[in-house]
Design a protein around this ligand. Structure first.
Ligand code: FRU
Length: 497
């Protein structure tokens, strides 16, 4: 008998050929066709790493949610697996299986997700022995609307993040209570029966109330331990802009603090944006067997024009990033396995760039590159790099001394991308320049730019849609001069199979 899951998998096979590859990445995870958003259920299970994701296999627009599925052994080469979950049960058959996370219990893989009908969001579970074929629990939904705390709308409580602590499964859900963004905690000893613990955010401080007056949901919470510190990641809607932070209407933050698991009280001392670029949302983390915590985000943004929809696909995922915490800052570095795919190394040292000139190197060009630079910025007003440069287009990443920011400018990158934000040209990150040296590590993958600043203290992620032959890379200064102390270039070459 054909089920919604079989039908979805057959549809994918029959329709892959329709996808136009022009802007598809070569070393980033992506669905095979049509729509995908949030990464879900990141986990190392059965000797490989699993990435599930929000997926509408039928159209390049958001629609009833399935869980797409890819696996990898090294975080760079991805294998497409059959769709894992489809809308097929009374509690999820209209809008489907929204975001959630994975956890291993007794050798089985459990997925906890938000099951959505047109009038309510509840939380459900599916499990698998092989990590590929899933069965939905017979007692779904395991968290029902009757278990919601007062003030929660039945349509806005979602995205369970499961965290195992002291023999108990704790579940963080994103919601809003009385108009204030909120994360609420539940617990269970067996992943079958759950009980409510309480809200995390104590919004008695008037400044905080203002900050969390979201008129939206604190989406996709993710609670993890990094370097023995508790980290709470979330994607709040409508955070107020704060300097260079939270320029996107759909934001991303991390908090460092201490959670009381008995009361749900969350005392945090640090709250910052994770990535200040245009296209970074709904990040999730996973612990790897070797102890690393890695994070992957949706490399797209809500309420923006998406040029690839006309090409039969939309949505992809950031490079997996290794997390660490130093001096109360969450650092992100590209997953180390990417270095196995470096080719054609080129290196330059002590190159001085003068005001108003664009410096090119005959052996530095391309659109699937890694660039690593150390620049002495002492004597320059602005110093930067032009990427994806062609006759008409260029994408700029530059340091501006007056504001001490690194700015990513996609106003001339190619196809114009409109969004609801006022500023659709630039995103920037305030940087702390030590000894006048700026360090940048930049990854290009056909239509993406990821900038890691000063060893990953800040990042800027953005999509761009240049012409296929916009392969130029150039270095420039506006006002004064700058010295590139060192410059490394690698082609990143991956044959996805
Ligand atoms: C965030 C989000 C989640 C939800 C999912 C639906 O991008 O809105 O809150 O579970 O996408 O696809």
């Amino acid at each position: 008998m054909s089920t919604p899951l079989k039908r979805a998998n057959e549809f994918v096979k029959k329709n892959i050929y329709k996808v136009n590859n022009q802007y598809r990445h070569t070393y980033h995870a992506m669905s095979q066709l049509n729509w995908s958003n949030d990464p879900n259920g990141l986990i190392w299970f059965n000797d490989k790493f699993h990435l599930f994701y929000q997926h509408n296999p039928y159209e390049a627009n958001w629609g009833p949610m399935h869980w797409g599925h890819s696996t990898t052994k090294d975080f760079v080469k991805w294998k497409n697996e059959p769709i894992a979950l489809a809308p097929d049960s009374p509690y999820d058959e209209t809008l489907g299986a929204f975001s959630g996370t994975a956890i291993e219990k007794d050798g089985m893989l459990y997925l906890m997700y938000t099951s959505v009908t047109d009038h309510q969001q509840t939380q459900s579970i599916a499990y698998s022995k092989d990590g590929i074929n899933f069965v939905k629990e017979s007692n779904n939904p395991v968290i029902t609307t009757s278990m919601n705390p007062p003030g929660v709308s039945a349509n806005d409580i979602r995205d369970p993040s499961v965290f195992f602590h002291n023999g108990t499964y704790y579940v963080f859900l994103g919601t809003h209570i009385d108009g204030l963004g909120q994360i609420v905690l539940y617990k269970s000893v067996d992943l079958k029966k759950f009980e409510y613990v309480g809200p995390l955010m104590n919004i008695s401080n008037p400044n905080e109330r203002l900050f969390f007056q979201l008129r939206g949901v604190f989406e996709c919470p993710d609670f993890c331990m990094v370097d023995n510190q508790q980290v709470l990641i979330a994607s709040p809607q409508n955070l107020p802009k704060d300097g260079t932070q939270h320029e996107n209407i759909q934001g991303n933050i991390y908090m460092l603090g201490n959670l009381n698991f008995e009361t749900a009280k969350w005392d945090y001392h640090t709250l910052r944006e994770i990535d200040s670029g245009f296209d970074f949302y709904a990040p999730q983390t996973a612990k790897l067997p070797d102890g690393r915590t890695i994070m992957i985000a949706w490399m797209q943004m809500w309420e923006r024009t998406m040029p690839t929809q006309a090409h039969g696909w939309a949505g992809s995922y950031t490079l997996p990033r290794e997390l660490s915490v130093k001096n109360n800052v969450l650092y992100q570095t590209p997953v180390r396995e990417i270095a196995n795919y470096r080719h054609n190394h080129v290196n330059y040292e002590n190159i001085t760039i003068h005001d108003g000139t664009l410096k090119n190197f005959a052996d530095i060009y391309g659109n699937t590159l890694e660039l690593e630079l150390m620049i002495d910025v002492t004597a320059a007003d602005q110093v930067g790099i032009e990427l994806f440069r062609g006759i008409q287009n260029t994408t700029k990443v530059y340091f501006d001394k007056a504001t001490s920011t690194v700015i990513l400018d996609r106003s001339q990158s190619g196809i114009f991308i409109a969004g609801r934000e006022l500023n659709n040209k630039t995103r920037s990150a305030l940087v702390d320049i030590k000894n006048n040296i700026l360090k940048l590590r930049i990854f290009l993958d056909v239509s993406s730019v990821e900038v890691f600043i000063n060893d990953g203290e800040q990042t800027l992620t953005a999509l761009v849609y240049p012409d296929p032959n916009d392969l130029g890379v150039g270095f420039y200064v506006n006002g004064g001069e700058a010295t590139i102390i060192s410059l490394e270039k690698y082609d990143i070459i991956v044959s996805q199979k």
